[in-house]
Design a protein around this ligand. Sequence first.
Ligand SMILES: [Mg+2]
Length: 236
Amino acid sequence: MTRALLCDLDDTLFDHTASTRAALAVVRASTPAFQAWSPDEFDRRHRVVLEALHLEVLAGRWTVEAARVERFRQLLGAAGVDESRAGTLDDLSWGYRRAYEAAWRLVPGAVDLVAAVKAAGWSLVIVTNNVVREQRLKIERGGLAPYVDALVTSEEFGASKPDPRIIRHAIDRVGGSPEHAVVFGDSLSTDIAGGRAAGVRTVWFNRWRVESPDPELAEVHTLEPAADVIRTLGGD
Ligand SMILES: [Mg+2]
C-alpha cells in the first residue's frame, strides 16, 4: 500500500506567520493608531481577531473579504479609533491584503520536502481548514502544485480538522488507508487531534520548539533536511 502524507498548509508548508508579520509592518507604518502597539503586540492582537473571524469564514457566515474588513474595524476600535469614514476600512483591508500577498513565502525547505516525499513514492494530500481559492493560490504561487496529488479544504468538504471525517476523506482521495497514512501539521488542536481521532499516525511540526504536552508525540522542528523529516514521518 502506498503511503499517504496528509499535510497541513498554513504554518506548516506556507509561512503564514512571516507573511502576516510583513503585511502588518506595512499597515502599521501607514496607520498611526497602530503605532501605539509594538509590532509584537499588533501581531498578537491581529492573530486573536483573525482566528476568531476565520472560524466565522469557515462556518460560511462571513466572506473572506468581509471578514478582513471587520478584522481591521475591530483592531481600529481596540486602538481607540472610532472608524466611521467610508473607504478607510476598505483601504486598510486591501492595503493589508496586497502586502500579505506580496510577502507570501513558504517555510524554508517546504518545496524540497514535498519533492522528496513524492520521490519516496508517497501520495501527498494537502488538508487545510481554509477556503479553496486562497489555498490553491498559495500552492501554485509557492511552487508546490507539481507535488500535490489532492487538495482537501474544509470549505469544499464541509467539515474542519479535528473532525476525523476530513482526514478519512483525504485518505480516500488518494486511495490510501489509515494504517499507511500520516498527518503532519503545526496545530495540536486541529492537525494532531484530527489525525488521532481518525486513528492515523501524527507528526507535529513544532517549529517554535514549545514544550510538548505529550512525550509520545513525534515531532520535528524544521523541514530541513527533508530526508530526516521523511524518516520521522514514516516512523522509521
Ligand atoms: Mg497550520
